[in-house]
Design a protein around this ligand. Structure first.
Ligand code: AMP
Ligand code: ZN
Length: 115
């Protein structure tokens, strides 16, 4: 599985940097965003290092589907039952700050600090 030793999310996946873990399976890790915009804000992260959404290949389609399918289940488990937002930022114009593919999932009562 590809891994970038300088990548903060690879370090979280490897357990070298702590995170507030919500869910884990062999290919995905979900943890709370360190600067949440919403009362509940988690990041769904593939364990393998893919820098951006541009790097997704046909062999990643099932994993991307699993990322989307996981969101409502985790939101319900976290008590978010009135709706949520999913977001993938890609590249500089997409305002991606961490170059390891991830999906934001945000929910909980408004107002939120962004979005
Ligand atoms: P993006 O702009 O889509 O790349 O968002 C990156 C997100 O990662 C931001 O919302 C950050 O708050 C979050 N983040 C950065 N470092 C950490 C970390 N060590 N643990 C949890 N979330 C982080
Ligand atoms: Zn990485």
């Amino acid at each position: 599985m590809s891994h970038d030793p300088n990548c903060i999310f690879c370090k979280i996946v490897a357990g070298q940097v702590p995170s507030k873990k919500v869910y884990e399976d062999p290919e995905l890790l979900v943890f709370h965003d360190i600067h949440p915009w919403a009362p509940v804000h988690v990041l769904v992260v593939p364990k393998q290092h893919l820098a951006t959404h541009y790097d997704v290949q046909p062999e990643h389609e099932a994993m991307l589907g699993r990322m989307l399918a996981l969101a409502p289940r985790l939101m319900k488990e976290l008590g978010v039952v009135n709706g949520f937002r999913t977001l993938i930022n890609t590249g500089p114009d997409g305002r991606q700050e961490v170059p390891h593919l991830h999906m934001h999932v945000m929910g909980g009562p408004r107002p939120w600090s962004k979005g």
